[in-house]
Design a binder for this molecule. Sequence first.
Ligand SMILES: C[S@@+](CC[C@H](N)C(=O)[O-])C[C@H]1O[C@@H](n2cnc3c(N)ncnc32)[C@H](O)[C@@H]1O
Length: 269
Amino acid sequence: MSLLRLKHADTKRILTLVGVLILLSLAAILLSSMWALGVATVLAFTGTAFLIAHYHRSTEEELILQAQDLQDLQFIQSALTLPRPLPYFTRWSSSPALAARLIGIVHRYRPTQIVELGSGVSTVVMAAAVRNAGSGHVTSLDHDPVYAAKTRHELEEQGLSQWATVIDAPLVTVETARGPAPWYDVSGIDGLQQIDLLIVDGPPRKTHKDARLPAFEILGDRLTPGAHVVLDDTARRDEAGSVDAWSNAAETVESVPSRKGICVVRMPG
Ligand SMILES: C[S@@+](CC[C@H](N)C(=O)[O-])C[C@H]1O[C@@H](n2cnc3c(N)ncnc32)[C@H](O)[C@@H]1O
């Protein structure tokens, strides 16, 4: 596995630099210009130095994150007793860091009512944590019936169906302070008013620019005093509105070191 992690913006910068170098080199050849040749040479050295520095930094960051993943996976394994392996953590799923934090919250605060937006590995992890704690229930909304069915199947296979319910919640147009947006149809959880732990890991970014923001307006007033809200993917620039909305209403906000960004928010008690 390559340890070099180039972000989209970095790739664009590198391609721009290579393009400028090619143009300058061509100009130098065509015009026999020493100036163009000099600029191309300086740019080539600077660009290479930048790449080497970036490689070292990103390799170091990645090694630290991999060590953290191992620590979190070890904690997950020791905290849960499961008859078969968890579904793999992927780039679509929660991370070991998120799963470990969720288990920690369930063990320490014993939330009774847990609501999750976006089902998957995290649903299974929380169902097992709730079972171990001996109380509580997870209700997970999924806009996609295929993934909802997959999560239900996984819960069944793990013997955890009684601890978690996956609800089909297609995206409908909801009114928000920033205008209409596609968001979960929450009619399936109308009776669920006292939420102790809310996990915001959906809908996916591709559904709307402010995909996660409506959670605050629609479910914010269903939270119990001192409830926890865990936000995933907070490193994405387009999640800033959602993070701000929750942070402004929170008593404490903890940012967990991770690749995609995690915020653990505690509401006033
Ligand atoms: C960020 S994912 C939720 C992940 C979930 N909390 C977990 O831990 O696995 C948000 C939604 O994306 C959809 N999804 C999950 N895996 C996907 C995949 N591989 N491709 C496309 N959509 C996916 C599901 O409908 C899910 O509810």
